[in-house]
Design a protein around this ligand. Structure first.
Ligand code: HEM
Length: 141
């Protein structure tokens, strides 16, 4: 494994942790707190949502760029394994994450926090993708 591939996987995993963990924190902690106490001001809510959505899209970009690079590095190693199939399922779920994020983005700022079900879907998809990814990384070993 060369240094470029290792660096790519490192960035990929950091982005994955931040995207799934950030969505989890936003939905499970912040959203609940705001719902129960009304303790966040509208301005703070709007700022958090705007920054979170912006950051999420940047993380999606990092995942896509590093992920495509890693895929090309692994194509040969996946030959005669379940690698291609696992990758295909993972990519479809990733498209689901992007579609959900696009819906949250389209609902803009203040309204985004009213799309809690969508965020739960993305947490679920994220966890499923992480499961597939650990499997995927091991078929090439
Ligand atoms: C929400 C989106 C994503 C998440 C949460 C995610 C998560 C991960 C994680 C945690 C790993 C490391 C697994 C391990 O080493 O045990 C991984 C590996 C990998 N990911 Fe992703 N990923 C995402 C999107 C993508 C995308 C869009 C692509 C490609 C277009 C991709 C391609 C890959 C490849 C090829 C590997 C395997 C690297 C290897 O063989 O060591 N991922 N992913």
């Amino acid at each position: 494994m060369d240094i470029l591939f290792k660096t790519s996987v490192f960035l990929h995993v950091v982005a994955a942790v931040l995207l799934v963990g950030g969505t989890f924190f936003f939905r499970i902690v912040l959203h609940k707190y705001a719902e129960r106490t009304g303790g966040l001001t509208d301005e703070l809510k709007a700022t958090l949502q705007k920054r979170w959505i912006h950051t999420s899209w940047n993380l999606v970009l990092v995942l896509l760029v590093t992920g495509v690079f890693q895929m090309f590095q692994r194509l040969e190693a996946w030959r005669d394994t379940a690698g291609h199939m696992i990758f295909g399922i993972k990519f479809l779920l990733f498209l689901g994450v992007v579609a959900v994020l696009a819906m949250v983005t389209a609902s803009k700022g203040e309204k985004a926090v009213r799309r809690p079900k969508l965020m739960l879907i993305n947490i679920g998809l994220g966890v499923a993708i992480i499961g597939l990814s650990t499997w995927l990384a091991r078929v090439a070993m």
